[in-house]
Design a protein around this ligand. Structure first.
Ligand SMILES: [Zn+2]
Length: 305
C-alpha cells in the first residue's frame, strides 16, 4: 500500500500568517518570536512568518518588519512571507526575506475583494513581482487561490486554474501552490486537478494550501499524497481563514496532519508530542479552544482539562 505514497512530507507552518490574521487577540511580538522558536524546536522546517499587508486591513501583521528583524534565523529552516503587491514586496526585500508566496485568485469576485484587481490585472502584477523577487535572490512559490471553488462564485473552472498555472510556469517559480482558500475541495476533484496539473508542471514541486471548512481537509491530503504531493501548508491548532472570504475557516491543523502522516509511516521530522505542548500553550494564550483534534485528545487523556 505504502508503495504509492511519498516517504517524506514538508510541513509549511502558517499559523503566524494565515492562522492568526483573522484572530481578534493580537499576538505580541515577543510571543510570535517565542512561537517561531518553539515551532522550529519541534522540527518544523518551513515557517511562514507574516504577510506584508496594510496594517489597517490586517492589524495582526503590523509588526512584520520588527518581527523579521528580530528572528534568529537557523540553518536549514525556510522562513517565508506572503507578498501581495509592489509595496509589499519592497518591504520583504528590505527585511531580507528569503522565500515568498505570490498568489493570484482564480475567482474574479475574490480577486477584486482581496486585491482590488481583476484576475488579469492581478496576474500581470504577480508576474512582475515574481521577476523582481527572483532577481532579489528570493525563492518563490507561485500560487492560485480559490483553485477548487469560491465562496462567492461557487464552482471555479479547472481550465481557469490550469491557464493561470501555465502562465506562471513561464516565470519559472520554485514551486506551484494550489490553495483551497474557500475550503471547497473534495478528494475526487483533488484527483482530477492534480493529474491535470502534473501535465503542466512536470517536475516542478507542487504544494497545497488546504482549509478544513467542510471537514474534508485530511481526505484531500490523502488523495494528494497518492498523487505525489509532498508539501502541505498547515496551521497549528487549525486556526486560519482569509479575511476576504465569508465563513472562511481554519487551515488543516498541523497536529492532525502530522498525526495522520506519522500513523501511515510518512516522515515529517516533527515531534508530535512537543508540537501538542506548543499548541496547548498557544491555545491558553489566545483564550479559546482551537479546532485541532489531536491536542485535545491527549489533554483529556492526561486528565488535566
Ligand atoms: Zn488560507
Amino acid at each position: 500500500m505504502k508503495d504509492d505514497l511519498p516517504d517524506e512530507v514538508i510541513i509549511h507552518e502558517t499559523v503566524l500568517r494565515d492562522g492568526i490574521q483573522n484572530e481578534e487577540t493580537i499576538v505580541s511580538l515577543e510571543k510570535k518570536l517565542q512561537l517561531i522558536d518553539r515551532l522550529v524546536g519541534c522540527g518544523i522546517k518551513r515557517i511562514e512568518i507574516s504577510s506584508f499587508v496594510n496594517p489597517r486591513l490586517v492589524p495582526q501583521m503590523a509588526d512584520a518588519e520588527e518581527l523579521w528583524n528580530r528572528i534568529e534565523r537557523k540553518e536549514g529552516i525556510v522562513y517565508s512571507a506572503l507578498v501581495l503587491g509592489k509595496k509589499s514586496l519592497n518591504r520583504a526585500i528590505v527585511c531580507g526575506v528569503p522565500h515568498v508566496g505570490i498568489f493570484v485568485s482564480a475567482s474574479e469576485t475574490h480577486s477584486r475583494k482581496n486585491s482590488n484587481r481583476s484576475i488579469s490585472e492581478a496576474k500581470e502584477e504577480a508576474f512582475n513581482l515574481i521577476k523582481r523577487a527572483k532577481s532579489s535572490d528570493m525563492k518563490v512559490r507561485a500560487g492560485v487561490m480559490n483553485a477548487f471553488g469560491c465562496a462567492y462564485e461557487g464552482d471555479v473552472s479547472p481550465e481557469k486554474v490550469m491557464d493561470l498555472v501555465r502562465d506562471f510556469m513561464e516565470t519559472d517559480p520554485d514551486e506551484i501552490c494550489l490553495a483551497d482558500t474557500s475550503g471547497m475541495a473534495n478528494p475526487l476533484q483533488m484527483h482530477t486537478m492534480l493529474s491535470r496539473l502534473r501535465e503542466i508542471t512536470e517536475e516542478k514541486p507542487i504544494s497545497l494550501h488546504l482549509h478544513n471548512t467542510r471537514g474534508l481537509g485530511l481526505a484531500n491530503v490523502w488523495e494528494a499524497l497518492k498523487q505525489g504531493v509532498t508539501i502541505f501548508d498547515t496551521s497549528m491548532g487549525g486556526l486560519g481563514g482569509c479575511p476576504f472570504i465569508p465563513g472562511a475557516r481554519g487551515n488543516i491543523a498541523t497536529e492532525d496532519t502530522v498525526h495522520m502522516l506519522c500513523e501511515i509511516g510518512i516522515e515529517t521530522g516533527i515531534d508530535i508530542e512537543a508540537l501538542i505542548e506548543v499548541s496547548l500553550y498557544f491555545e491558553k494564550y489566545m483564550g479559546k479552544e482551537f479546532p485541532a483534534m489531536i491536542p485535545h485528545l491527549k489533554h483529556h487523556k492526561s486528565n488535566s482539562f
